[in-house]
Design a protein around this ligand. Structure first.
Ligand code: CA2
Length: 145
Protein backbone atom coordinates (compact mmCIF):
# COMPACT_ATOMS: atom_id res chain seq x y z
CA UNK A 1 0.00 0.00 0.00
CA UNK A 2 1.16 3.55 -0.73
CA UNK A 3 2.53 5.55 2.21
CA UNK A 4 0.06 7.99 3.75
CA UNK A 5 0.50 11.72 4.30
CA UNK A 6 -1.79 13.77 6.50
CA UNK A 7 -2.71 17.34 5.57
CA UNK A 8 -4.09 19.13 8.61
CA UNK A 9 -5.72 22.54 8.52
CA UNK A 10 -6.53 24.79 11.46
CA UNK A 11 -9.01 27.49 12.40
CA UNK A 12 -10.99 29.49 9.88
CA UNK A 13 -9.48 27.76 6.87
CA UNK A 14 -12.97 26.32 6.22
CA UNK A 15 -13.88 29.89 5.19
CA UNK A 16 -11.38 30.09 2.35
CA UNK A 17 -12.77 31.37 -0.92
CA UNK A 18 -15.49 33.39 0.79
CA UNK A 19 -13.47 36.36 2.13
CA UNK A 20 -10.01 37.94 1.79
CA UNK A 21 -9.20 36.47 -1.66
CA UNK A 22 -6.48 39.13 -2.01
CA UNK A 23 -4.55 37.50 0.83
CA UNK A 24 -5.48 33.81 0.60
CA UNK A 25 -6.53 33.37 -3.04
CA UNK A 26 -9.97 32.60 -4.39
CA UNK A 27 -9.87 28.85 -3.90
CA UNK A 28 -11.97 27.06 -1.29
CA UNK A 29 -10.47 24.46 1.02
CA UNK A 30 -12.24 21.81 -1.07
CA UNK A 31 -10.45 23.20 -4.16
CA UNK A 32 -7.11 22.94 -2.32
CA UNK A 33 -7.96 19.39 -1.26
CA UNK A 34 -8.54 18.53 -4.93
CA UNK A 35 -5.23 20.04 -6.05
CA UNK A 36 -3.33 18.37 -3.21
CA UNK A 37 -5.02 15.05 -3.98
CA UNK A 38 -3.80 15.19 -7.58
CA UNK A 39 -0.25 16.02 -6.45
CA UNK A 40 -0.29 13.26 -3.82
CA UNK A 41 -1.37 10.76 -6.47
CA UNK A 42 1.48 11.82 -8.78
CA UNK A 43 3.92 11.36 -5.87
CA UNK A 44 2.38 7.96 -4.96
CA UNK A 45 0.95 8.96 -1.58
CA UNK A 46 -2.37 8.15 0.00
CA UNK A 47 -3.71 11.42 1.41
CA UNK A 48 -5.80 12.24 4.46
CA UNK A 49 -7.05 15.86 4.36
CA UNK A 50 -8.72 17.40 7.43
CA UNK A 51 -9.71 20.74 8.94
CA UNK A 52 -10.65 21.69 12.49
CA UNK A 53 -11.25 24.93 14.36
CA UNK A 54 -10.22 23.23 17.63
CA UNK A 55 -6.65 23.08 18.93
CA UNK A 56 -7.10 19.78 20.82
CA UNK A 57 -8.52 18.09 17.72
CA UNK A 58 -5.40 19.11 15.79
CA UNK A 59 -3.24 17.68 18.61
CA UNK A 60 -5.14 14.36 18.40
CA UNK A 61 -4.71 14.22 14.61
CA UNK A 62 -0.97 14.92 14.90
CA UNK A 63 -0.67 11.99 17.33
CA UNK A 64 -2.70 9.80 14.97
CA UNK A 65 -0.36 10.66 12.07
CA UNK A 66 2.77 10.19 14.17
CA UNK A 67 4.10 7.18 12.27
CA UNK A 68 2.91 8.22 8.81
CA UNK A 69 5.07 9.34 5.87
CA UNK A 70 4.57 12.95 6.92
CA UNK A 71 2.30 15.75 8.00
CA UNK A 72 1.61 19.00 6.17
CA UNK A 73 0.27 21.42 8.75
CA UNK A 74 -1.40 24.76 8.18
CA UNK A 75 -2.26 25.52 11.79
CA UNK A 76 -3.77 28.91 10.90
CA UNK A 77 -3.58 31.39 13.78
CA UNK A 78 -2.54 28.59 16.22
CA UNK A 79 0.79 28.72 14.40
CA UNK A 80 1.61 31.89 16.28
CA UNK A 81 0.45 30.83 19.74
CA UNK A 82 0.22 27.10 20.32
CA UNK A 83 2.61 25.41 22.75
CA UNK A 84 0.27 22.37 22.59
CA UNK A 85 0.90 21.93 18.84
CA UNK A 86 4.64 22.57 19.37
CA UNK A 87 4.75 19.77 21.97
CA UNK A 88 2.66 17.41 19.81
CA UNK A 89 5.06 17.84 16.87
CA UNK A 90 8.06 17.20 19.14
CA UNK A 91 6.43 14.00 20.38
CA UNK A 92 6.08 12.24 17.02
CA UNK A 93 8.43 10.64 14.51
CA UNK A 94 6.83 11.76 11.23
CA UNK A 95 8.36 14.78 9.46
CA UNK A 96 6.15 17.85 9.63
CA UNK A 97 6.11 20.62 7.02
CA UNK A 98 4.54 23.89 8.17
CA UNK A 99 2.66 25.60 5.33
CA UNK A 100 0.93 28.92 4.85
CA UNK A 101 -0.99 30.26 1.91
CA UNK A 102 0.19 33.81 2.53
CA UNK A 103 3.70 35.15 3.09
CA UNK A 104 3.35 35.63 6.83
CA UNK A 105 6.59 37.66 6.94
CA UNK A 106 5.10 40.31 4.66
CA UNK A 107 2.12 40.75 7.01
CA UNK A 108 1.50 42.00 10.57
CA UNK A 109 4.39 41.56 13.03
CA UNK A 110 2.35 39.12 15.18
CA UNK A 111 2.41 36.69 12.22
CA UNK A 112 6.23 36.75 12.02
CA UNK A 113 6.61 34.48 15.04
CA UNK A 114 5.79 30.79 14.73
CA UNK A 115 5.63 28.50 17.76
CA UNK A 116 5.95 25.58 15.35
CA UNK A 117 8.86 26.48 13.06
CA UNK A 118 11.56 25.45 15.58
CA UNK A 119 10.22 21.87 15.69
CA UNK A 120 9.16 21.23 12.07
CA UNK A 121 11.29 19.88 9.25
CA UNK A 122 10.70 22.96 7.10
CA UNK A 123 8.38 25.83 6.29
CA UNK A 124 6.73 26.80 2.98
CA UNK A 125 4.73 30.01 2.79
CA UNK A 126 3.49 32.57 0.32
CA UNK A 127 2.57 30.41 -2.67
CA UNK A 128 -1.17 30.18 -2.14
CA UNK A 129 -2.64 26.73 -2.76
CA UNK A 130 0.66 25.73 -4.38
CA UNK A 131 2.29 25.86 -0.90
CA UNK A 132 0.54 22.54 -0.24
CA UNK A 133 1.75 20.96 -3.51
CA UNK A 134 5.31 22.12 -2.85
CA UNK A 135 5.10 20.54 0.60
CA UNK A 136 3.92 17.23 -0.91
CA UNK A 137 6.94 17.32 -3.24
CA UNK A 138 9.20 18.06 -0.26
CA UNK A 139 7.85 15.05 1.66
CA UNK A 140 8.24 12.82 -1.41
CA UNK A 141 11.85 13.93 -1.87
CA UNK A 142 12.55 13.37 1.84
CA UNK A 143 11.45 9.74 1.67
CA UNK A 144 13.09 9.03 -1.73
CA UNK A 145 15.97 6.55 -1.56
O1 CA2 B 1 -1.48 32.12 5.32
C1 CA2 B 1 -1.91 31.17 5.95
O2 CA2 B 1 -2.11 30.06 5.47
C2 CA2 B 1 -2.29 31.36 7.43
O3 CA2 B 1 -1.95 30.17 8.14
C3 CA2 B 1 -3.79 31.59 7.46
C4 CA2 B 1 -4.32 31.92 8.85
C5 CA2 B 1 -3.51 33.04 9.50
O4 CA2 B 1 -3.94 33.23 10.84
C6 CA2 B 1 -2.02 32.75 9.49
O5 CA2 B 1 -1.34 33.85 10.05
C7 CA2 B 1 -1.53 32.51 8.07
C8 CA2 B 1 -5.77 32.38 8.81
C9 CA2 B 1 -6.71 31.57 8.00
C10 CA2 B 1 -8.01 32.31 7.99
O6 CA2 B 1 -8.62 32.13 6.75
C11 CA2 B 1 -9.61 32.98 6.41
C12 CA2 B 1 -10.28 32.68 5.25
C13 CA2 B 1 -11.28 33.50 4.81
C14 CA2 B 1 -11.64 34.62 5.54
C15 CA2 B 1 -10.97 34.92 6.70
C16 CA2 B 1 -9.96 34.09 7.14
Amino acid sequence: MAPTIHILNGPNLNLLGQREPGIYGGQSLADIEGLAGERAKVRSFEMVFRQSNHEGQLVDWIHEAGDSAGIILNAGAYTHTSIALHDAIRAIAAPVIEVHLSNVFAREPFRHHSALSPVVHGVICGFGANSYCLAIDALADLSAP
